[in-house]
Design a protein around this ligand. Structure first.
Ligand code: MN
Length: 488
């Protein structure tokens, strides 16, 4: 089936309203460019009235020559529309509270007053050349007849109407009833769903399948409280479960998810659908055994579709097949007895509650197979200076293939400076990228043992390694050096 559904991405507006998130204009522009390349139809770039910086960001996005329609959130207030006009946007997402709870408690107005002023403001926006998406806030808790009456009056001015499940209380069944009824109004209808009960994706899909032409989504499902419907989930559910082509370039879903997580500093839960760390990871012996025969046994879609790769994780649930696959990858030929011994040691580490990284597995294998370990890169020494008034600076001495290399680096903190210095020392020798850095305190207190786990990449090859020390900087540097040795 060809594309018939539209996506309004609100990562930069509702997503940015995630508690604690604030993006600088350059970051917002970068995300907008990626969203445009992904193929979303509308980018809600922000809320023009809120600040000078916000307007700067919206204006930069509006002027970036993107294919998508660029939109600003506004309230039904003329001055809000004026702010949007200053940002050169194509459209406004004009939000009108419609539940009595909002009208009486928040606005202290009557239904009549709200209906009248909102239409006036919509006309004002249209008169100034803006497309209007007329949005009913908290519509799912409002009198549906009143909401429909408002939509009917908005029809003359608005390009689209939008039904907001502001606090996420709809179910797919109710959503279906609502959109079947709204179809009779004969105006493009949009759905804005929240995930307070984990139903945002299901409700968004239900809305589209019963008459809505557009849904509001965010990358990683970020947004107010429990967040919004997630773009990647809605797209993949439509494509995979309903056989509908969305026009979204699915291979870019994972890279964009990582970018948004990094810039917003909102971590993605490991068990999050499609983009979570574990969405395509396998540890259990039974599952890995199945996957090795045919990946479809324990995966609904191949990870490559969304720009990811499959990952096998080692621990107490690991089976023989995982170890065999990993050894093959490392180009190590172990005998049956050696493989059993490697598996036994991996499980023993898992039983102690320890994370077994790729590097751990390789050192276990080398120990069991009695392969002499000659690291190409050795950490000879390092020093770090940090303080309140000075830029954190580190120097490291590495021995690379028998030659001593001394390098220095600065950073936002001592760990960043130290890792920066290691990366510099490796420059020109190997092109290695630090993909992820994660630190856990194993025990409590400031004298805790810390475990640093890093994910490093060289081309397509990605590996994890760790450093465990009481000194967080030493643990970090050792994790990186260990990882480098495993990659080269
Ligand atoms: Mn919202």
């Amino acid at each position: 089936m060809a594309q018939k559904y539209r996506f309004l991405d609100t990562t930069l507006r509702d997503g940015e309203q995630t508690p604690g998130v604030s993006l600088i204009p350059e970051d917002k522009l970068l995300i907008a460019q990626k969203l445009d390349a992904l193929g979303v139809d509308v980018i809600e770039a922000g809320s023009a009235p809120i600040s000078e910086g916000e307007r700067k960001a919206i204006k930069m996005i509006a002027r970036a020559g993107l294919k998508a329609e660029i939109c600003s959130f506004v309230r039904a207030v003329k001055s809000d529309v004026d702010f949007a006009l200053k940002c050169d946007v194509d459209s406004v997402h004009l939000v009108v509270p419609v539940s009595d709870l909002h009208i009486k408690q928040k606005l202290k107005k009557s239904r009549g007053e709200v209906a009248r002023t909102s239409i006036e403001v919509a006309e004002y926006a249209k008169k100034h050349g803006l497309l209007v998406e007329f949005s009913a806030e908290d519509a799912s808790r409002a009198d549906f007849e009143f909401v429909k009456d408002m939509y009917a009056s908005a029809k003359k001015v608005a390009k689209r109407i939008c039904f907001c499940d502001t606090v996420g209380v709809l179910t797919p069944d109710k959503t279906k009833e609502i959109f079947s009824s709204l179809q009779k109004l004969d105006i493009p209808a949009s759905f804005h769903g929240h995930d307070d009960f984990g139903l945002a994706t299901a409700n968004s899909v239900a809305a589209l399948l019963s008459g809505a032409s557009q849904v509001h989504v965010t990358i990683n499902g970020i947004g107010e409280r429990a967040g919004n419907a997630s773009l990647e989930e809605v797209v993949m559910a439509l494509e995979t479960l309903h056989g509908i082509r969305t026009g979204i370039s699915k291979k870019e879903l994972y890279p964009l998810s990582r970018l948004v997580a990094r810039l917003t500093k909102v971590h993605v839960a490991p068990n999050k659908a499609i983009v979570g760390d574990n969405a395509f990871s396998h540890e259990s012996g039974i599952h890995v055994h199945g996957i090795a025969k045919n990946a479809m046994t324990y995966e609904p879609i191949p990870p490559e579709i969304v720009g990811r790769t499959r990952r096998f994780v080692f621990g107490k649930h690991t089976g023989r097949t995982s170890v065999e696959l990993a050894l093959k990858e490392m180009k190590l030929k172990a005998s049956a007895e050696q493989t059993d011994e490697i598996l036994r040691r991996v499980k023993a580490l898992g039983d102690k509650g320890l994370k077994v990284t790729d590097a751990d597995l390789q050192s276990i294998a080398e120990a069991v197979m009695q392969i002499p370990k000659t690291p190409k890169v050795k950490l000879m020494d390092f020093a770090v200076v940090s303080g309140k008034q000075i830029t954190p600076t580190a120097s490291v001495k590495l021995n690379i293939n028998g030659n001593d290399v001394l390098e220095a680096g600065t950073g936002v903190g001592p760990v960043d400076a130290a890792i920066g210095a290691v990366k510099r020392a490796m420059e020109g020798v190997e092109d290695i990228e630090l993909v992820e850095y994660h630190v856990d305190a194993i025990t409590g207190g400031t004298n805790a043992v810390v475990e640093v786990i890093v994910k490093l990449a060289k081309g397509d090859k990605v590996i994890t390694s760790k450093g465990v020390r009481e000194d967080i900087i030493l643990a970090s540097v050792e994790a990186v050096v260990e990882g480098i040795n495993r990659l080269i």
